[in-house]
Design a protein around this ligand. Sequence first.
Ligand SMILES: Nc1nc2c(c(=O)[nH]1)N[C@H]1C(S)=C(S)[C@@H](COP(=O)(O)OP(=O)(O)OC[C@H]3O[C@@H](n4cnc5c(=O)[nH]c(N)nc54)[C@H](O)[C@@H]3O)O[C@H]1N2
Ligand SMILES: Nc1nc2c(c(=O)[nH]1)N[C@H]1C(S)=C(S)[C@@H](COP(=O)(O)OP(=O)(O)OC[C@H]3O[C@@H](n4cnc5c(=O)[nH]c(N)nc54)[C@H](O)[C@@H]3O)O[C@H]1N2
Ligand SMILES: [Mo]
Length: 756
Amino acid sequence: MGPEPGAEPEFHPYHHPAAGWGAAKSVTRFMAREGALMDGPRAIMKMNHENTGFDCPGCAWPDDTKGLHLDICENGIKHVTWEMTRKRVDREFFAAHSVTELSGWSDYDLENEGRLTEPMVYDPDTDHYVPISWKEAFDLVGRTLRALDSPHRAAYYTSGRLGNEATFLYQLMARELGTNNLPDCSNMCHEASGRALQAALGTGKGTVDLKDWETTDALFIMGVNVASNAPRMLTALSEAYHRGAKIVHINPLVEAGATRAIIPHDFKDMATFHSTPTSTLNLQPRIGGDMALVRGMAKAILEQSASDPKALDQEFIDRHTAGFDEYRALCEATPWDEIEKQSGVGRDDILEAARVYREADRSIVSWCLGVTQHEHGVDTVREIVNLLLLRGNLGREGAGPSPVRGHSNVQGNRTCGIDHRPGTEFLDRLAKVCKIEPPREHGLDTVRTIEAMHRGEVKVFVGMGGNFALAAPDTPHTYAALRACELTVQVSTKLNRSHIVHGRQALILPCLGRTEKDHQRKGVQSTSVEDSMSMVHLSVGMKRPASPHLLSEPAIVAGMARAALPGSETPWEWYIEDYDRIRDTMAQALDGFEDFNRRVRLPLGFRIKQPARELVFLTPSGRAEFSAAALPDVVPAPGMLALGTMRSHDQWNTTIYSDNDRYRGIKNLRTLVFMNEDDMRERGIAKLDPVDITSTAGDGSRRHLDGYLAVPYDIPRGCAAGYMPEMNVLCALGDYSTQSDQPIMKHVKVTITPAA
Ligand SMILES: Nc1nc2c(c(=O)[nH]1)N[C@H]1C(S)=C(S)[C@@H](COP(=O)(O)OP(=O)(O)OC[C@H]3O[C@@H](n4cnc5c(=O)[nH]c(N)nc54)[C@H](O)[C@@H]3O)O[C@H]1N2
Ligand SMILES: Nc1nc2c(c(=O)[nH]1)N[C@H]1C(S)=C(S)[C@@H](COP(=O)(O)OP(=O)(O)OC[C@H]3O[C@@H](n4cnc5c(=O)[nH]c(N)nc54)[C@H](O)[C@@H]3O)O[C@H]1N2
Ligand SMILES: [Mo]
């Protein structure tokens, strides 16, 4: 495992089912490499168990409610193993390698050195990171923050791994200091979903839970690579298939999870190599074509309602929604040829999807980044809601919108206050409970933070997890922004690019991982997380920490807060002695967290109330709102292609496990671009030929990646795809959605030519 230097790139189309023995083999090799063959299996048996184990630090798919005892997946196992590696990055390592030297290392090699072991500070005289005590590190943070002429000169980034308790303290610190500058990975991920659902339904989250998945008649899965990025969804898909539910995948690529899967915990399946279909229909829209496709389905349903009144749930529409007439008129006014052109899908196929939708009593639409990371991501999610409303697919079992979140606690981060645009009610309550005066003006999101760092308006960057340097768009520009800072602070578990690309002063603060025991004054502590379906439950680490010098994330926040706010009346140290105390404050400050400490200890935790689920809509009209937005033009200009950046099977965002992408048939290669064969032929490009990729930004500026290898793939004409984070070089910072402020990462306008 791991990239093999000099190994020949290979591409052999893959035709095996997702998961199964290929996954098992890949896991075993990975554990062996990380030296975790002893601890790994024991730890995995503890993963995702009712409040007695730790929550998988991987994705945000909910835990099986029936206590399925091997509710795990290949990538979750790799993720845990990655954290439990025996390798260590200690002071000797930093003494041996200067930062300039490390900047020549690959991202894989940096993370592959293992876990960070003690706080380090950058020493500009020697260009090395050198040890620093926790106290001195916190003093440096506090001193620098206190010297700023405005609290808005600092930004506090969150990656979606952070537990709820640390999250709450972190936002409290930022707001007590006086800023809402709380950029987070959501700004690049599901911001569009949150904004669309908030506007349409008065809640920023999906309304369904796993039980709904178990009872629905039709599932529409849009823009998610299930087998790689939400593998536990495979179980739900195969169960749905066995039950006779219809499953429609909508994705420019027919991904592995959109055909068949061997379900890893099904021992019979594993033993007999039996695989279950996970799809009944696949539609391949062009990149960005989803809104037109959904509009087409809605148009078909409305047309049908002339002769088949039951095609619509008119009673639901009359009682619970607003704006229907306008939406109906818009659908009627959108011609079929426009729908076909913009979606890239023929009318017959759209009618087929509409038929599935019409025949199902209950439908769920689920989506991920293929829908959100677009200029018109908000409009598309609203169009999805429009479609659901037409047949009353909301507020009842087996029906509703179901965004698939990314990081394991990204949804909890928002719930607990990581929001650069906090609502008045939230701030009022926080002010009252925590006795602070939170700032009222909006703060900076990810894109605006980078811009502000460039202008010298943000001088201190704190990264609570994540790998900002690589995750953010416009890589060289983001590097320059970080380098312009007076101080960068990265709270991390492993060495990554964001430590190497740093401010004038820089700190690496190593923290406990989720698998590790968190000892505080009052005993071993647990933290809570919220999954994609609003279930909040406890996660308890049980491994010995990777080093005795690590601190927990709540303790690191408290240490920074105390140093930056010496006169603060917030009992930072007291909170850290016992996280129940943090939870008691959260119970008062956060909507839906009443009786938090008791309810979070229930066997499966508790579900945060979803008003929209009860057909209570906290919207201006008090009803679910139809939207009526024009279809965007997503067809590439002549000679151009729309490029989507995405993950391979063997990576976790910026963490690369190997250069393979098994389900797409790729070995030993990441610098590739998937293309339609006709588009290749037209350009005189053959299989695995080197090509140059040039993106053109909205402002006309160009960015390049040269020498990538072209891979012929089943992808619609005019579309291309390749891997993040490398392709962030092509994404201009200025190209963010005017609807969600999300960087446009799935519809980059490029030309591809044979390598010069
Ligand atoms: N193993 C693993 N699991 C992960 C992650 C990981 O890196 N590794 N990352 C986590 C995170 S933070 C997130 S947000 C999720 C991401 O999960 P995904 O959303 O699956 O992430 P991507 O790899 O970006 O894949 C996007 C999918 O959308 C498709 N797509 C691209 N453009 C379009 C389009 O215009 N329309 C439609 N319908 N589809 C399109 C692509 O073909 C691809 O299948 O996964 C989470 N889980
Ligand atoms: N072009 C392009 N860019 C993208 C995307 C895309 O699809 N295309 N996707 C975007 C999306 S959806 C997301 S969510 C972002 C992800 O952006 P981030 O969340 O910033 O990035 P990650 O790669 O998930 O972060 C990995 C790092 O987190 C640290 N880490 C791991 N575990 C822990 C822990 O328990 N505690 C702490 N403190 N640190 C830990 C490790 O040091 C590791 O190196 O990237 C975005 N960037
Ligand atoms: Mo994400």
